[in-house]
Design a protein around this ligand. Sequence first.
Ligand code: AMP
Ligand code: MG
Length: 417
Amino acid sequence: MMIPVEEALEKVLSAITPLSHDTVPLLNSHGLITAETINSSINIPPLDNSGMDGYAVRSEDIKTSSYKKPTTLRIIEETAAGTIPKKRVLPMTATRIMTGAPIPNGADTVVRFEDTNDSERSRQNSNSNINIYVPAKTGTAIRQAGGDIKIGENAITAGTEIGPAQIGVLASLGNTKIKIFRRPKVSIISSGNELVSPGHSLPEGHIYDINTYSIASSVARLGGTPEILGIAKDTRESLIGLLEKAKDSDLIITSAGVSAGYYDLVKEVIQDYGSVDLWSVKMRPGKPVVFGELQGPKNSKWPSKVPILGLPGNPVSAMVVFHIFGRPILKKMMGHKKWDPVSIEATLLDPIDNEDGRRVYARALIDQATNGEYTAKLSGPQGSNVLTAMARANGLAICPEDINRLEPGSKVRVELL
Ligand code: AMP
Ligand code: MG
């Protein structure tokens, strides 16, 4: 009996738990999820400082300023970012100030150069006086201490995905490391007597191993660490030999050897090592999906159970099944709370046929028309072996299980790749 995609995914994810934590240098944390909440130990900015190049003044003194009747103030000091002003701004005086420099005591406003008779912002002003042309409210062009983050405030919450802005915020607090959910180590095994690794000559009747490469890079793109274990021959011994190397990993991904007859061999091997199920999932491409947990041979158990996802052999099916099941597994392991792919609605330009009540994931090229609407064009023949159509696609256009044919012009949901 075939089961719906959602049911299969729920079964898979119920066996997956987030991995342990690790502390890594900031620049290695991109794309990972924080496992700790970071409270600020300092104010950002640390001191009130100037948001403009100009003059720090007392707003009181310049209340009546205008171009016709400027207020003349005496310049007492010049200060730039990285220095602390020494003098207090007393009535009818001003400090020449650069962006980022701390506000001197006594001043409550900064008037930008453009509103004074000093246009030489780059040079020192040798005049001893400055004419102010405009009034300004208290606090103008002053960035308050703690205006971004205050001491003790929550800067980054546990569970946040780390990107350039989060890394910048952590750096602003002086941090060099962050505690994250660690990267899953994913063992990758291809199987089939016909497979040869790229870089070797290709004997007649053989093909190059694609899945090791497309799946390893899919794992790496999500932030996992792929461990390429090699190609298993279609024998018990060969498969066992490679599985043994996977005992320390967080996930094993195999490809091929799950079509009807052959599955018996895989199942036989795996039965000794743990348990697996083969599901007929209502999806095309990629109907047969294998999932289970291995714990090593009966006589010498592994340190812990390792989940195993068996992808179909056809390269497109392998990638689509990875997209539907592998991606959520890795995301959950990495501490994500959500893993639904980004999806959009598009107008379909080609028909999608659905012959047997499965959900069809059609390789499609999404474009945006001048009116802002998306269109989805099939990116090539939809056979599960045609990987070039995958390489030309940027989305999977979905024809639901209960619809026989989506006509051109109809609306279609597209999961972006
Ligand atoms: P199987 O599930 O072993 O029957 O494989 C189904 C199809 O996928 C066959 O045509 C295989 O040659 C092909 N195939 C399996 N594994 C790979 C791989 N790693 N790279 C390229 N094609 C593969
Ligand atoms: Mg095979």
